[in-house]
Design a protein around this ligand. Structure first.
Ligand code: ATP
Length: 530
């Protein structure tokens, strides 16, 4: 029953998105292409708002994060260093009967292409053994198509941040702890794209790599490390170790989602178990959202140790260590046993990393010793906390959360159910609809155009003069527009001077209408859209 309801909701959402110009299937006139979606006029605005809000929250609102915009195609060596060439794969199986190709871990859930209403298991076809299928799209750079020209479309935006770490550090005047943020396209040749835009083959990510000092360095400088308590840990402090920074970013990201209209009750935190964690990760929290098809990942926030920068240091031969004069000064003040203890812990962590990544034991011992010696000189490889979110999944979450239906009965007893998208004004694609009461009265139309032109430089406006005013309000409700402004005969003084120069401001969520002076309209709407 619950399943039928959520399928129905998904169907309604998909059809609304198509009908109102939020999301269309890519290349639809040629029958579409599986796993690719286009955003129409309303969807493009919604997406732009979401990305701007993230950027403002993560980059502009703080002084410890710098932005980056890197290329989609990068040196293939980046993907060797990151591990994507060897391990970024899903287990895939083929059905010998229906010729379907499936992710081995999702076999029970996927419809058979021959009998779409049935589970693939009903196909009873013989299945091949699972094989690793690399999810990266390949291409060739330059005119020669051979192994030496192979390149990849990036499967995540994060690696460019690591590869450009030193350049950003040197040009942005930042010091650890600080972050680098990037928004951009990512590509994964998903075996089974599904759940609408949730699992696409081309999508966008909003990623932050927040670089922090290793715990041994914090301890050397501050004597001890602050540990996280319940809830948001508050303003960042110099004695924070990785655990509290990780907690901070989980809480910050949840606050962000709440600030753009996703209630905390629709979100869940999932802490990956030690068995689920990647070998280099110390902790990963997935922020899950209650999508109609189940509670699933919206964003992952991982404490990734110093794995990524260390990998790029090894693969590129370029140093990724930072120099920290605070550490060098503090180290000299430590007594010998403390130095020994911190040095040993740092050494063991480095040796662990080197050994796990296959460095031959003698070499690993030598490198780990050099790294540990570096502490006394104020040198270390920064650790990183990575909040990584998908734009498209967030758009789908916002659409799901905003979707509501109201049933209204008119004076003749006729009932009608209509859709209202209750977007937060910050994310709403159109902030205000401007409408002359009648389109055949030049005085009304001229004034309405004046109001539209007053608002246009500051807010997204939709001018609508077609059909009854009730229909026009309903159209804006369905698009999620939070405010409508109507220009009527009072506005142009036809009913006396009292209300001249005022308009009706209607609010989507309450249907409340108030009279507002045109002079006061712009600041009021800007305030309400914040
Ligand atoms: P999943 O387990 O759902 O495949 P993931 O753990 O592989 O996701 P990450 O590699 O952590 O995802 O990517 C970070 C974010 O990018 C995800 O939380 C999600 O929002 C988004 N994302 C990842 N893959 C896709 C996809 N195929 N389509 C849309 N968004 C995606």
């Amino acid at each position: 029953m619950a399943e039928a309801k959520s399928t129905e909701l998904m169907e309604k959402l998909v059809s609304l998105c198509k009908r109102r110009g939020f999301i269309y299937p890519s290349s639809e006139i040629y029958g579409g292409i599986n796993g690719f979606w286009d955003y129409g006029p309303l969807g493009a605005e919604l997406k732009r708002n979401v990305k701007d809000l993230w950027w403002r929250h993560i980059v502009h609102r703080r002084d410890d994060v710098a932005g980056l915009e890197a290329t989609i195609i990068m040196s293939p060596r980046i993907w060797e260093a990151s591990g994507h060439v060897d391990t970024f794969s899903d287990p895939m199986i083929d059905c010998k009967t229906c010729k379907g190709r499936f992710r081995a871990d999702q076999i029970d859930e996927i419809p058979c292409p021959q009998k779409p209403s049935k589970c693939v298991q009903d196909c009873h076809g013989e299945k091949t053994e699972p094989r690793a299928f690399n999810l990266m799209f390949t291409t060739h750079v330059g005119p020669v198509r051979d192994d030496s020209s192979v390149a990849y479309l990036r499967p995540e935006t994060a690696q460019a941040i690591f590869a450009q770490f030193k350049n950003v550090l040197e040009t942005s005047r930042q010091k650890v702890p600080f972050g680098i943020a990037q928004i951009g396209k990512a590509f994964r040749n998903e075996v089974t794209p599904r759940n609408y835009t949730f699992r696409s083959r081309e999508f966008e990510q909003m990623e932050l790599e927040f670089f922090i000092k290793p715990d041994e360095v914090i301890e050397a400088i501050h004597g001890s490390i602050a540990t996280p308590g319940e809830g948001h840990p508050g303003e960042p402090q110099p004695n924070w170790g990785w655990q509290i920074w990780h907690k901070y970013w989980v809480e910050e990201r949840i606050r962000f989602y709440e600030s753009i209209g996703l209630p905390r009750t629709t979100l869940e935190e999932y802490w990956q178990t030690p068995e689920e964690l990647a070998h280099y990760a110390r902790a990963t929290v997935d922020i899950l959202f209650q999508f109609p098809f189940g509670t699933q990942e919206l964003e992952g926030i991982a404490a990734r140790s110093d794995f990524d920068l260390s990998q790029h240091e090894r693969f590129s031969g370029k140093p990724m260590k930072v120099f920290d004069d605070e550490l060098r000064a503090a180290w000299k003040q430590l007594d010998e046993s403390k130095q020994k203890d911190l040095r040993q812990r740092y050494h063991d962590a480095r040796l662990g990393y080197l050994t796990r990544t296959g460095v031959e034991s003698e070499k690993a011992a030598q490198l780990a010793k050099e790294d540990a010696d570096g502490l006394a000189k104020g040198q270390y490889v920064p650790h990183v906390i990575e909040p990584s979110a998908g734009v498209d999944r967030l758009i789908l979450a916002l659409l799901t959360s905003a979707y509501s239906e109201v049933t209204e009965t008119d004076a003749k007893g006729k009932s009608e159910t209509r859709v209202i998208l209750r977007f937060h004004p910050r994310t709403a694609p159109v902030k205000v609809g401007v409408m002359p009461l009648l389109k055949n009265k030049p005085g009304l139309v001229a004034k309405a155009r004046e109001v539209r032109d007053l608002l246009l430089p500051h807010l997204t406006v939709f001018y609508d003069d077609g059909g009854s005013i009730g229909r026009r309000y309903a159209r804006q409700d369905e698009a999620g527009t939070p405010f409508c402004v109507t220009i009527d005969f009072d506005t142009i003084g036809e009913n006396g001077p009292e209300l001249e120069g005022t308009v009706t401001l209607r609010e989507r969520d309450t249907s409340e209408q108030t009279r507002v002076k045109i002079d006061e309209l712009l600041p009021l709407l800007i305030e309400k859209s914040r």
